[in-house]
Design a protein around this ligand. Structure first.
Ligand SMILES: [Zn+2]
Length: 348
């Protein structure tokens, strides 16, 4: 079969090449790839900045935002041939740490977790892949290709769960939620938040085009420019840019008792305010800044339900480009109008 592989930490080593069929030991469920979403992590792996091959192997099959069709459900699953499925990305660490021991691998404490397509387990960018039945999520068949959006939806589902968990520390009736960044994670965060009946605002750099349209069609309010120029103090901010200046502005702008959930991973940025001043503001306003990464089975279940009930037309507009596996390099290039780019392995 063919697969998109990379030699981790070796820039420019990504290839679309012949690759051995998945080994039975990788899981009793055999799946035919339909599509795989591309995200910033894939770009970083291809650039040689991140990623680990399976132990003893030189290369790693790329891809963690999967969608596939069951070819063989194997003996230990309730799946049927033809079911549309998505694979959970992270596996608990082998020790395991207390959180992995109770199924909260997203909260892994020792960093020894593994991740498909990222850390020590092959990903989903191959014509066929295998998976353990307990890590398969069946998606609503009517979602079709939109099932490929499940993995990023799990990330925002967890982030919002974290916000709600923090909110429960006191009497809490949040009225406004701001999402910074209108990429796939930001727009999916706005979508999941809009299901909760809160007033949703989204801020991004662009002033026109698909992003503002998508936000408005969701019934949310779009802003461009600086967080500091907003005419209100958000009760919740879901930060999806990872940009230092945006994060700093969010910390300054959040309302009293407000919660900022950081989901973006960036580097650098210059401290625009003295640390103790930031801390003093957080103290006096009871603010919480909470980081959130990955998702566990509970979030996968909830995200699959949210996606199943989504407006298919709106959701479909998030997928702005589909590339063939042999053109994966184009898929990894960021173009101005891109929201979510997918690599399509087979028809649906
Ligand atoms: Zn762990």
């Amino acid at each position: 079969m063919k697969a998109i592989t990379v030699e981790p930490k070796k820039p420019g080593s990504a290839r679309y090449e012949d690759f051995p069929e998945p080994e039975v030991g990788e899981g009793s469920v055999l799946v035919e790839a339909v599509a795989v979403g591309v995200c910033g992590t894939d770009v970083e792996i291809v650039e040689g900045k991140y990623g680990w091959a399976p132990p003893g192997k030189k290369s790693l099959v790329l891809g963690h935002e999967s969608l596939g069709r069951v070819i063989d459900p194997g003996p230990n699953s309730s799946l049927k041939k033809g079911d549309l499925v998505v694979g959970i990305v992270r596996r608990p660490d082998p020790v395991p740490c207390p959180n992995c021991a109770v199924g909260e691998w997203d909260m892994c404490r020792n960093g020894q977790y593994t991740e498909r397509g990222i850390k020590e387990i092959h990903g989903f960018m191959s014509e066929r892949w295998r998976i353990e039945p307990e890590y398969v999520i069946k998606v609503d068949p009517s979602l079709g290709i939109l099932g490929v959006l499940l993995e990023p939806t799990t990330v925002v589902t967890k982030a919002l769960e974290q916000v709600v968990a923090v909110g429960q520390r006191a009497f809490w009736e949040p009225e406004t939620l701001l999402v910074t960044g209108a990429g796939p994670i930001g727009l999916l965060a706005a979508f999941v938040a809009s299901l909760r009946g809160i007033e949703v605002h989204v801020l991004d750099r662009v002033e026109t085009g698909l992003k503002p349209e998508l936000v408005r069609d969701l019934g949310a309010i779009y802003h461009s420019g600086s967080v500091l120029d907003l005419g209100f103090e958000p009760d919740v901010i879901i930060e999806c840019t990872g940009v230092g200046s945006v994060i700093a502005d969010a910390i300054q702008k959040i309302g009293a008792g407000g919660i900022i959930c950081l989901t973006g991973v960036g580097t650098g940025g210059v401290a625009s305010r003295a640390v103790a001043d930031v801390a003093a503001a957080a103290v006096l306003k009871n603010n919480v800044i909470v980081g959130s990464v990955n998702a566990n089975k509970r979030h996968w279940y909830k995200a699959a339900k949210a996606l199943a009930n989504a407006d298919r037309k709106w959701m479909g507009r998030l997928i702005t480009r589909r590339e063939k596996p042999e053109n994966f390099k184009q898929a990894l290039e960021r173009k101005p109008d891109d929201i979510k780019v997918i690599i399509q392995f087979s028809d649906i």
